[in-house]
Design a protein around this ligand. Structure first.
Ligand code: SD4
Length: 340
């Protein structure tokens, strides 16, 4: 990374050249170093398709906020995974959705326990942009969505969710298991991984260096009615500070909330940690709290910093995250993990 001194001296040299002749400077200056901008990363293998949606915005010089909305909308609309209305229901058989979004200026919006709306992320953005509030829940969130023109979808489970729910009803045990590979009751994912991931979190940096993030989920399958996880909570499921970086979480929401996960990762980056080291430190904090029970859960973090570096870390094996930038285009990476 360039030191401050190097940066100052090279910018001073650049300014001096410009002072002589702008045209000559345009020819003689080396191309600007690309430090990973624009960039989008997102959780799980479903992140590949979502990143492609976000990239359409970023590659045209669009705003990171628009990219993270457009990106996760791809996943919300897919019937092929557990995010959105195709997700697993709560124990009463009703799908309830949570989402939040945050931009480069600490603006944020969130909805929770929202029913029958296809794109909770867009409702969260409207909460941010068109209300004096940050968060709307339940009936009020739905009323707001309808008033904003979002259609009410039928109250109906997808065939996969119906099957999973009928299976769950046989024992009706409340034993949530989130995101530990192959623990789900749903069909395999598009690239071979388990497809029971009910959340997508996405972070992006645009060509102008603006950071934004989004997170959207059907929450833990067969949860108690009214249960919320970390995903709609600014500071737990998602946090963005443009001067430092952005972070997001997936996995057992209750344990992410206990340490205000995404905010913790950003604060650790503020103290100088790389994105990956910050994600790892947050995972370690949760592991310490959980003690012997750490093996019963999965928690995972993704992060990017203001310099355009990215990283991720998980408690257990099996966490994939998708990265898309101008240099490498699409990649699906396996995150390192704590519990061997
Ligand atoms: C929750 N964090 O509701 C979410 C679940 C999740 O992939 O991330 N699943 O607790």
């Amino acid at each position: 990374m360039p030191t401050r001194r190097k940066f100052l001296s090279s910018s001073a040299a650049g300014l001096a050249t410009l002072a002589v002749s702008p045209a000559a400077a345009a020819i003689s200056l080396p191309p600007a170093p690309v430090v990973g901008k624009p960039l989008v990363i997102s959780t799980w293998d479903t992140g590949l398709a979502a990143n492609a949606g976000a990239w359409k915005v970023l590659s045209k010089g669009g705003r990171a906020l628009d990219a993270v909305e457009a990106g996760v909308m791809v996943t919300e609309a897919s019937q092929n995974c557990c995010v959105g209305l195709g997700g697993n229901p709560d124990r009463e058989g009703i799908v309830t959705l949570d989402a939040c979004i945050m931009d480069e200026q600490f603006n944020c919006g969130s909805v929770a326990a929202l029913e029958r709306i296809k794109h909770p992320i867009s409702v969260a953005r409207r909460v941010m942009e068109r209300t004096p509030h940050v968060m709307l829940v339940g009936e009020g969130a739905q009323q707001f969505a309808v008033a904003q023109g979002f259609p009410l979808e039928p109250q109906k489970l997808s065939p996969d969710a119906e099957k999973a729910y009928q299976e769950w009803l046989k024992t009706s045990q409340y034993k949530p298991v989130v995101n530990i590979e192959n623990s789900g009751t749903r069909t395999p994912g598009p690239v071979g991984g388990a497809n029971n991931h009910d959340t997508i979190a996405m972070l992006a940096q645009d060509a102008q260096g603006r950071l934004s993030g989004s997170c959207t989920t059907s929450g833990m399958g067969f949860k108690m009615r009214g249960r919320l996880g970390d995903s709609p909570l600014i500071g737990s499921g998602l946090f963005v500070d443009n001067a430092v970086g952005a972070a997001a979480a997936t996995g057992q929401g209750e344990d992410v909330i206990r340490i205000a996960g995404a905010h913790t990762v950003v604060e650790l980056m503020r103290q100088g940690m790389t994105p990956k080291a910050a994600c790892k430190a947050a995972v370690e904090r949760i592991a310490k709290i959980k003690g012997d029970k750490a093996r019963t859960i999965q928690v995972c973090f993704i992060a990017i910093n203001a310099q355009g570096q990215h990283g991720a870390f998980a408690l257990q094996k099996g966490f994939s995250y998708a990265v898309c930038d101008a240099q490498n285009q699409q990649q699906l990476l396996q995150a390192d993990f704590l519990l061997l």
